[in-house]
Ligand binder design. Structure first.
Ligand SMILES: Cc1cc2nc3c(=O)[nH]c(=O)nc-3n(C[C@H](O)[C@H](O)[C@H](O)COP(=O)(O)O)c2cc1C
Length: 371
């Protein structure tokens, strides 16, 4: 239990409980300036470079890789190393690592820094058995001493700021994050992200952001609020009621960068041409990143995400999923919205040059680890 609640810090800057929080205002995570209060969530099986780049274009001030296995890094697993590819148009970017062995975490943090990330994020929130049974992810909330040793090891190994993303606790109703959070800050965390569901809840129920407000009052580092942020109204309400430095958006942005645009203040609905152009661009970038074979399977779930929400009739998605090649999918998409070719051309013209990617020794190009 948390005994006394200390006074909020005097001049924290990011703990502003104003009713009208400016989402475009920048803030600092450690020494890294984040140009805006909207953060794109790390999502395994989703947060490829194409997703992160798109997130940046639509207003996210910070993007994050999906969780990367420290054991995989240690064993120089080809697929795992692929997650460490950073494009020069992604910054600021956090790479998230998970594991339970301090020296291995420290080594992974050094690799993350060498890969060119701006922030090392540590996953203390994954509820999946495969991860928690190894002592990693959300199970660390039940072992605060080990959690602190991991943060110390990582903070000691890198000059980058270290952030931690966690759930409220393992059990339903748990308030463990309020005990562990301040200790993680003492151990060296420069920021905490809270997804205030229990690990047991997985994604059911609702995120209880009253806990986020309590955490904000307990620590003098920026807190990022994650969970159920689906609109500008919700983002403003959570920022105002919690004093969090930023809101993080996950599921609402899957196949829907326009949710980010709405949160940032532009609520115009995309045209069908815009939707198809963004999907085709996403497909091409994903092929470049994962290779044709992997991308073909990976992309299937995105068709429904992009084309749903009443944008296209449901059978259209089924049709795309059945097509054997991505070239045929692209053709079919352009047939459904011919004007999308021009929108895509314009998009390609406006795209920032990704520049040189930082590639670690022998880092393969076309790999993807799923998750
Ligand atoms: C498909 C999927 C994969 C996820 N993978 C990760 C992950 O790799 N690391 C992590 O910290 N959280 C992960 N999360 C949790 C999200 O980052 C976020 O905290 C959660 O979805 C709540 O936010 P939302 O309501 O905006 O989706 C994942 C969530 C989803 C839906």
């Amino acid at each position: 239990m948390v005994a006394a609640r200390p006074e909020p810090p005097q001049d924290p800057g990011y703990h502003l409980k104003s009713m009208n929080v400016d989402l475009r205002e920048s803030w600092f995570l450690g020494g890294v300036e984040i140009p805006g209060r909207l953060v794109l969530a790390p999502m395994a099986g989703v947060s490829v470079q194409a997703f992160r780049r798109q997130g940046r274009r639509y207003g996210a001030g910070l993007v994050c890789s999906e969780m990367v296995s420290v054991a995989g890094i240690q064993h120089r697993n080809e697929r795992t190393l692929g997650y460490l590819r950073v494009g020069s148009d992604e910054h600021p970017l956090a790479i998230q690592i998970f594991g339970s062995d301090p020296p291995a975490m420290a080594e992974a943090a050094r690799m993350v820094e060498a890969a060119g990330a701006d922030i090392v994020d540590m996953n203390f929130g994954c509820p999946v058995k495969k991860v928690t049974k190894t002592g990693a992810g959300a199970s660390l909330l039940d072992d605060a001493d080990l959690a602190c040793r991991l943060v110390e090891a990582v903070a000691g190994a890198t000059s980058l700021p270290v952030s931690v993303k966690m759930r409220r606790g393992v059990e339903n109703g748990s308030r463990r994050c309020l005990e562990v959070g301040p200790r993680l800050v003492e151990a060296g965390a420069s920021s905490l992200t809270l997804h205030p569901r229990s690990a047991k809840q997985m994604y059911t129920g609702t995120a209880d952001h009253s806990l986020t407000a309590e955490l904000v009052a307990l620590v003098d580092v920026p807190v990022i609020a994650s969970g159920d942020i689906t609109s500008r109204a919700r983002a403003q309400a959570v920022l105002a009621s919690t004093g969090a430095a930023a809101v993080m958006v996950g599921r609402a942005a899957q196949g829907n960068p326009w949710a980010l645009r709405e949160i940032m203040g532009d609520d115009s609905e995309p045209t069908r041409e815009e939707v198809v152009a963004e999907l085709v661009l996403f497909m091409r970038e994903t092929v470049r990143e994962l290779g044709e074979h992997r991308a073909t399977g990976f992309l299937k779930k995105f068709y429904g995400w992009y084309l749903g929400r009443g944008r296209f009739p449901r059978p259209f998605k089924q049709e795309l999923v059945m097509l054997p090649t991505l070239a045929e999918v692209e053709q079919r998409l352009f047939a459904a919205a011919p004007g999308a070719r021009f929108v895509l051309e314009r998009l390609l013209d406006e795209l920032p040059d990704p520049g040189d990617e930082v590639l670690l020794d022998s880092l393969p190009i076309s790999i993807y680890g799923g998750g």
